[in-house]
Design a protein around this ligand. Structure first.
Ligand SMILES: *[C@@H]1O[C@H](CO)[C@@H](O)[C@H](O)[C@H]1NC(C)=O
Ligand SMILES: *[C@@H]1O[C@H](CO)[C@@H](O)[C@H](O)[C@H]1NC(C)=O
Ligand SMILES: *[C@@H]1O[C@H](CO)[C@@H](O)[C@H](O)[C@H]1NC(C)=O
Ligand SMILES: *[C@@H]1O[C@H](CO)[C@@H](O)[C@H](O)[C@H]1NC(C)=O
Ligand SMILES: *[C@@H]1O[C@H](CO)[C@@H](O)[C@H](O)[C@H]1NC(C)=O
Ligand SMILES: *[C@@H]1O[C@H](CO)[C@@H](O)[C@H](O)[C@H]1NC(C)=O
Ligand SMILES: *[C@@H]1O[C@H](CO)[C@@H](O)[C@H](O)[C@H]1NC(C)=O
Length: 427
């Protein structure tokens, strides 16, 4: 029994001594060799695979955790980018190779808490851009995906690219490199079209645009992008405004999508004032409209984009339009106003007509009383017709009288009698 305890104690102490020894051993290594023989073992468009020898002894590797730190820096950039801490002396990374890039690796030893105990110097390597003037590069490169992942990419010829330059576009996904085949050239802007169903929207696309010319080297352009970010979705379909002013629509067919990732934008335009309001919504393919003026006609349409899981750069085109017509009750209101206007206009026309044809006068004119017309006969001649008629005889004078008479003036009768009187005293 005592022997067993002694044995256990001895082995425990030995273990302690050993682990202590391991740390001491790590501390003892003053110089850790940097990696050697850093090489490019494969290159597909901008995707480069590196490998290296760590140059560490089997003993060190057995006694500690070895890791490899990988960093890079583009020629046109100021600082190193930390990238990965690797378990194996091998790594694949995608670069914009036309910028030229340095990569560097170092060996690191870790303790059991993943803390760095020792690190080597860096081993650095540069990858030059392809030969040729920088300004022969295809410039302003961009792509869009549309209608279930057909893809169009466009670029401009480099400023110093000769006229005979022929650019070609290559793309890589899922370990396959393909050449784009449908090229068009619109006044210096080149485009290449990739058919529906060729691009996998779930996988990043790697691009290389290289070119050839008889007189110059053309530099090669490299890029990588997430196709979902550049997808223009087909517009929502079957948009409809229900009688309770809820707008509903459907997702365009053929997309396997999670509706929670999408944003919808509703365009509600007051067609009378030409004023547009935009509403955004998510989760649902419907929207209840409020603050809709019942007297106004509106148009409603919707568009969509990926917003919440990733964000696409572009909105889809607008869906079909539907309209909100003014409510019936208010049509009666308008009819009343129209009626009022009609009546007023009619009234005005009638008044004009009355005035023109003196209808008003005829209607309003009082019935002439003989008493009035024959005032002089009754008042001054006491009804002596003979005397009165004598006065009336000088026809020429009466005629002159007539020309001054203002018919409407009730005093005109007096005027006449007044002016007639002197004629009586004429010889
Ligand atoms: C690490 O680099 C320094 C300075 O460049 C040099 O003095 C040293 O010898 C290097 N160590 C090893 C192990 O190469
Ligand atoms: C360097 O690496 C390459 C590729 O991995 C290999 O073929 C070559 O033998 C290595 N050279 C040395 C000295 O390790
Ligand atoms: C290319 O892009 C640059 C910078 O974004 C811009 O200034 C230039 O106008 C673009 N060129 C063409 C031809 O669109
Ligand atoms: C979109 O793709 C469908 C087939 O997937 C095709 O029938 C339709 O014509 C395409 N529309 C456009 C605008 O290219
Ligand atoms: C894409 O390119 C094709 C062929 O050049 C063209 O017919 C189509 O209109 C383009 N579509 C877009 C969205 O640019
Ligand atoms: C362009 O790149 C492709 C793919 O890497 C290659 O097959 C082709 O030879 C290159 N063309 C030129 C002119 O460099
Ligand atoms: C409007 O009507 C539709 C169907 O008739 C219904 O699903 C929806 O909940 C209604 N919305 C409101 C706000 O009442």
């Amino acid at each position: 029994m005592v022997l067993l305890y002694t044995c256990l104690t001895i082995s425990f102490v030995l273990l302690l001594a050993l682990s202590d020894g391991r740390l001491e051993f790590l501390a003892d290594i003053t110089d850790l060799n940097p990696p050697t023989n850093l090489t490019v073992v494969d290159r597909q468009l901008g995707e480069v695979t590196f490998s290296w020898n760590d140059g560490l002894s089997e003993f060190i590797k057995a006694q500690s955790r070895v890791r490899y730190l990988f960093e890079y820096k583009y020629f046109d950039s100021q600082s190193w980018q930390e990238d990965s801490r690797l378990l194996e002396p091998e790594y694949m990374k995608r670069f914009e190779l036309h910028r030229g890039v340095y990569i560097r690796v170092k060996n690191v030893l870790l303790d059991k808490h993943q803390k760095t105990v020792k690190e080597s110097n860096w081993t650095v390597m540069g990858i030059q851009s392809s030969t040729g003037d920088r300004e022969t590069l295809a410039s302003n490169f961009s792509c869009v995906l549309y209608n279930h992942s057909a893809m169009n990419c466009t670029w401009y010829c480099g400023r110093k690219a000769p006229n005979d330059t022929q650019y070609k576009m290559y793309y890589r996904q899922n370990d396959a490199t393909l050449q784009c085949t449908h090229y068009t050239d619109v006044g210096g802007r080149q485009e290449c079209h990739i058919d529906q169903g060729t691009v996998d929207v779930e996988e990043n696309v790697l691009i290389c645009v290289n070119g050839s010319s008889n007189s110059r080297m053309i530099q090669q352009y490299y890029t990588e992008f997430d196709p979902q970010v550049y997808e223009v979705y087909n517009p929502p379909v079957n948009l409809e405004v229900l009688p309770n002013l809820t707008v509903k629509w459907d997702i365009p067919p053929g997309y396997a999508i999670n509706i929670d990732c999408f944003a919808f934008e509703l365009n509600v335009t007051d067609l009378d004032k030409g004023r547009t309001e935009l509403f955004t919504c998510r989760h649902e393919t419907k929207y209840a409209l409020v603050h809709i003026k019942p007297t106004t006609r509106y148009s409603v349409k919707v568009r969509m984009k990926l917003k919440h899981c990733k964000e696409t750069k572009f909105w889809s085109p607008w869906s079909n339009e539907d309209f909100i017509e003014p409510v019936q009750v208010l049509n009666i209101y308008w009819m009343l106003i129209t009626l009022a206007i009609l009546v007023t206009v009619l009234g005005l026309i009638l008044m004009f007509a009355f005035k023109r044809y003196r209808l008003l006068e005829i209607v309003v004119k009082p019935i002439p009383s003989p008493q009035k017309k024959f005032n002089a006969l009754f008042e001054e001649y006491n009804g002596d017709f003979q005397n009165w008629i004598n006065c009336q005889i000088p026809v020429s004078e009466v005629d002159e009288c007539h020309s001054v008479i203002i018919e409407e003036n009730p005093q005109s009768e007096e005027l006449r009698s007044f002016r007639c009187r002197p004629s009586m005293h004429l010889p």
